[in-house]
Design a protein around this ligand. Structure first.
Ligand SMILES: Cc1ncc(COP(=O)(O)O)c(C=O)c1O
Length: 494
């Protein structure tokens, strides 16, 4: 006997009084039609007679009479102690009925009726689910090594302890405990100068960038972006109505002289100083200072996207640009997508105190606040030391994965691929031999269940040369070695 049959569904049963057709007969017809048209599926539980009578506003006797008839004709079956169910073995004449014809007739009789679904099975797996996990996927952390059991324990502990206050509307800035834990982490590990009340929780850093556009830029304002740069930032600013002003990047980071030459109409500059996206360079100390001077002089804002600075393999990381900004012109953007997992959708902004209220107003206008349960669990994850432990463990793992990728590229792709930068983060940036079209190559990689980002898609204008961004965070060393072999074969044919 199945005792956990799941909740019952109340079918749509329009009963009309005064038509001369008895209510129990209308109910019998309605339920039988729902079963035959497969709106109610075999094995599904139907409401108890008491519940259905109450919901429909009819006597229990009416429902009992209809159910008796359906049981008698084999449309329903009763299971002792468990309830009443749609029969698993439906009467022959019901099965012979053509559901589509009946559905059409029902739709004609009643304009709001939905057509019956024809398949019982679970939806087929989505192709894009699998695509998001392919070898070389950029921005993917080691999801296979995420401390699942710990996370599940923290989430379920918080879910069980949720108070009514925690289930109500929350603050646009996010939960104080989480903001305090993030502020502490940023002060110690990134030399960010901040207090908890400058931290705003966002739905990933993408939402943080969108908020920057909403608060800092008016329609038509110019925002400087790195060329090449992160396409997601460009779209966040464009969605806010801003105009993009591309500024070239060289070995020291964004070219501040070129930025200054754009003139006074540039209201903000978006930069990735720790690990330039996509080329990988770290902005030099001299550039950092001249960028901050530019912002102060121009009364413009600097949006610092510190998306994956936790991992550095070659030298010690420079602290955040925000930490050396005396004038309060920097908005710092961070995320847990690369250090925990992207589907968490938790990121944060650190804003100068004078902008705090404007950011909170914009957040409230956008989507009010981030889900409280995940914020609570994440605060525990940070405060109980799991986060630091995970980061430490991942550094060694990523070093191994990076080395496997570099080794594979050297073995199988050296003729066509030059590694440009592999010093930090979760991907390496590479150049391709002159004639190779990076977009076409990525298409071919998709056919072989690989992926990558074509460097040329990171330029607003023409790219000087094709290249690939190859992620290593989300794939094992073995997968990376095998994938570089496949890439080498594709390049031989290119
Ligand atoms: C440079 C950069 N910024 C921001 C993001 C957005 O990350 P999320 O919205 O998941 O925090 C990404 C994601 O890949 C990125 O590469």
């Amino acid at each position: 006997v199945r005792t956990s049959a799941g909740p019952h569904v109340l079918p749509h049963l329009p009963l009309v009084r005064g038509t001369g057709v008895a209510l129990h007969r209308q109910l019998f017809d309605g339920l039988r039609r729902a079963i035959v048209d497969r709106l109610l599926r075999p094995g599904g539980r139907v409401p108890s007679t008491r519940a259905l009578a109450r919901d429909l506003g009819v006597s229990r006797l009416t429902v009992l009479t209809a159910y008796d008839q359906l049981l008698h004709e084999g449309y329903l079956e009763g299971r002792a102690g468990a309830g009443t169910f749609v029969s698993r073995a439906l009467p022959d004449d019901a099965l012979r009925a053509a559901p589509l014809r009946r559905a059409r007739a029902a739709a004609a009789a009643e304009p709001t009726a939905r057509p019956a679904r024809t398949a019982d099975a679970a939806p087929p797996p989505r192709r894009d689910d699998e695509r998001g996990m392919r070898t070389f996927r950029v921005s993917l952390p080691a999801l296979d090594l995420f401390p699942h059991a710990t996370w599940a324990r923290l989430v379920s502990r918080q879910a069980r302890a949720l108070t009514p206050a925690m289930m109500a509307y929350g603050q646009p800035a996010g939960l104080g405990v989480l903001r305090a834990a993030i502020a502490e982490h940023l002060r110690t590990s990134r030399a960010v100068r901040c207090e908890a009340d400058q931290v705003l929780i966002t739905s990933g850093s993408q939402a943080g960038l969108r908020l920057c556009a909403a608060v800092l830029l008016r329609y038509g304002d110019a925002v400087a972006v790195e060329e090449p740069g992160y396409p997601g930032a460009r779209s966040a600013f464009e969605a806010g109505g801003a105009r993009l002003a591309p500024v070239p990047v060289d070995d020291e980071g964004v070219d501040v002289a070129a930025l200054a030459a754009l003139g006074p109409h540039v209201r903000a500059a978006y930069v990735t100083p720790s690990h330039q996206y996509p080329l990988g360079v770290s902005m030099s100390a001299a550039r950092r200072l001249s960028l901050l001077e530019w912002a102060d002089r121009q009364r413009a804002w600097v949006i610092e996207d510190d998306y994956d600075s936790e991992y550095r393999y070659v030298s010690r990381p420079l602290g955040a640009l925000q930490g050396v900004d005396p004038a309060g012109r920097v908005i710092y953007v961070g995320t847990f997508s690369k250090v925990l997992f992207p589907a968490l959708r938790v990121g944060y902004l650190v804003v100068p105190p004078q902008l705090r209220q404007a950011f909170m107003d914009a957040r409230e206008a956008l989507d009010l606040f981030s889900p409280t349960l995940y914020q609570l669990a994440l605060a525990d994850f940070l405060r109980e030391g799991h986060f630091v432990r995970h980061l430490r463990r991942m550094r060694t793992v990523y070093q191994g994965r990076r080395d496997a990728l570099l080794d594979g590229l050297a073995r199988h792709c050296a003729d066509a691929v030059t590694v440009h930068n592999a010093e930090a983060g979760l991907h390496v940036s590479t150049w391709l031999r002159d004639a190779i079209d990076d977009v076409a190559l990525v298409k071919r990689m998709h056919e072989h269940r690989l992926t990558a980002i074509a460097l040329s898609t990171c330029y607003t204008g023409p790219a000087p040369r094709g290249g690939l961004l190859l992620g290593f965070g989300g794939s094992t060393e073995r997968q990376l070695r095998a994938a570089t072999r496949t890439l080498g074969e594709l390049l031989d044919g290119a």
